[in-house]
Design a protein around this ligand. Sequence first.
Ligand code: URA
Length: 209
Amino acid sequence: MDNLFVSNHPLIKHKLTKLRDKDTDPKKFRELIREIAGLLAYEATNDLQVSPKDVETPMATAKGFELQEKIGLVPILRSGLGMVEGVWELMPSAEVWHIGLYRDERTLKPVEYYNKLPVSPSVGLCLILDPMLATGGSAIATIEVLKRWGVKRIKFMGIIGAPEGIGLVHREHPDIPLHLAAVDDHLNEIGYIIPGLGDAGDRMFGTDY
Ligand code: URA
């Protein structure tokens, strides 16, 4: 499928296996989410624009580069928050924008309850962060908010995707690249990814009662 990038990196595969493990505790879970997010961001940003910039070393002038594009991180609350730090470590000047969506348990459709975007976009590229691309509803709703807001370049970064969600996002927004660590088998009747890792938010924030 065009625009679907599933990482083949051994570090990501190893960390994802630990992340899925039901015995991984919330502290380790958060650490793994952060690390995987950083590794995925490294792969997802390999086409960022740079401009030439000379730099003085202690010895002479060297030809170098600087990033041209301003980047916005858009975590889908709540589990997308766990991915922010890992990406931010690589690009500390990125801006973080919050859009709150929750999934209606009955319709499985996203409901927007919080949106703190400024009037016009101040960034060139937005990375949407959500560990679980399940039904695709939240991803599509977020993409639509960002497109309406005027963002020119958008990428989605997730950790596990279900074929159903990937297919839907791709059908509705074929222009949006999807960067994932794995594609799983299917969604169950209540919208969970199988085999997946359970509820990412609950496992991250320790609310898995
Ligand atoms: N959200 C999760 O946290 N887990 C799933 O399996 C699906 C959606």
